[in-house]
Design a binder for this molecule. Sequence first.
Ligand SMILES: *[C@@H]1O[C@H](CO)[C@@H](O)[C@H](O)[C@H]1NC(C)=O
Ligand SMILES: *[C@@H]1O[C@H](CO)[C@@H](O)[C@H](O)[C@H]1NC(C)=O
Length: 592
Amino acid sequence: MNRFALAGGKARRSLTRQVLFVGTAVCIVWFLAVGYRGDVPEQWPELEVPDLRTPPQRMSADNVLPELAERKACYGPRGRLLGQSPDDDLVARELDGPYPQPWAGSFEEMGLDLTVMTVDQRYGPYGFNEDKPDYGRQRVDWDKVDWGQLQNDCFQLNRDRFPEFARALDDTRPEARFGFRNASRFPEIRHWHEFESTRRTAIVLRTWRGYKYMPEDFHYIRSLIAETSLKSGGEYQVILLVDMKDYEGYKNNIFASKEAYQQGVRDAGVPPEFESIAILWDNRLLQSWYPKVDEYRTMWQVFQPMQLLALHYPEFDHFWQFEMDMRFLGDAGKFIDRITTAARNEPRKQALERSSFWHMIEETGDYGEFFRAVDKANDGGSHAWGPIPVPEIMPIGPVPPIEDPRNETFQWGVGEEADAIMMSYCMNANIPNGWPFKTWVQGLRMGLDTPRFYCPPAISRSSRPLLLAIHQAQLEQGIRIPSEATLPSFALWHGLKLSFPQHPVFHRDRENHAMRAKWWRGGPRASSTGLGPDSSSHPRGRGLTFWWESDWTRQLFSAWTGQGGDAPWLLHNFEGKLWAPNIILHPVKHLT
Ligand SMILES: *[C@@H]1O[C@H](CO)[C@@H](O)[C@H](O)[C@H]1NC(C)=O
Ligand SMILES: *[C@@H]1O[C@H](CO)[C@@H](O)[C@H](O)[C@H]1NC(C)=O
């Protein structure tokens, strides 16, 4: 069947008019190729065959959901209502002087609080320094805390704020919901319109068997659950998605039974307090679902387990993918709320173009000026207006409400949840660049000419429709592109909403204007296409607070948490303490 899927848009359009003729022609072609000769040519030559797949249902262009009712407070690990429990609650303070100005991104545009915290204020509620006599908070027996239960109780308390389809996540666990494809209790393919919105978002923290949970990891995970899930009235739910790798317990099938799965949880080394939020997967699971892709390694296919989550966990509309080496220096829940809101409020027009430049206040002024500069560089038009056509993809995203983007006034998409929220700027894979994954494409007739965008790192949010669409393309067609291109490219091919909320990022060498200019590369004004800087090269990013190769992040975190090292300038030193601004750090690798 998939041979026939390799049809161009032209052929697809003619389908309605000439369906009878074409249908007959295909029967003949099929007979010649399969029925008569028996052996199938590896590749169809230039012959245009019609696409016989049923076109998917497309989304409405008006996709704005109503606001949820006010959040109700939930109970924290000390058995008290959060927000009314000083031992559990965060205290942040404002600075007397000016707040530091980021290298890229903007606190104001994101609506982030201009506050600072000491490490005791930040992580004290989660056990930081609990072994010190002056801890000053009620101590918690953490092994007795059940974070899954706390999250579900919180959801139940808030049940009436959500649509009737919303469910707690405690229905099957600790049994496996995942299973090999040949034994799955779920349909192999599900479409976006088969689901009702639940208004709930999973925060999926990726970890693996044998991961060494350090004290700072416990503080990180606990803070994430308390601040995102428990303080949002259950709008978020934190899940530990555990890569079992090639674990061989239970006849190579941890999904076979409840006992097998529970043994897997123990062998994975998941700390007791997080056992009820763990979901396990392994290489065999991916192999059984995606044999046509034939590549399962994280560096290439980090989203395969996320795709399976979307298929198996209808509790959630959206899935954040987080990593163990991130740190929110302020309230994680507020931060994620603001990022999500910024993405929701972004218009669709030129969202890709704005994502392809890094907004730098020092270079271009506030976000409004940046926005106008991108518009100017694009003459009011847009490179991604509706789906970007790719022959193999039948889009599910909406048809734009106005045909010509130049006639649209940045209204479309405002208030609409983004299907892909990226946490770093995006690059065009089709301009000359040194991207190491550039040639890694399979299952796409246009090959290296296929329009692709990549926005590292994998920290991102994707919607259920987007993940299900990727799942189907991998399962049926074996389409594969590298991890960091997967979400943005599929989103654009389908005409789904993409957003890069420009959260604040700092650089160690804040005074190095020449270096900043090499990242800025003239910005929108110097771009000949309006779609990112003409040159893809930039300096190394080791001094950035959010960049895959940074090591300044570890230095900042170690100094702030008293694990050693001199305090970098970004930590505010006053009253004998170090105060950190309200940003995310990534990556913060373990000290070994
Ligand atoms: C089902 O799939 C698994 C994993 O791919 C495989 O090990 C097993 O042999 C299959 N079972 C059957 C009955 O085909
Ligand atoms: C766009 O607006 C211009 C000027 O108002 C008008 O002449 C043109 O017909 C419009 N184009 C479309 C496609 O509506």
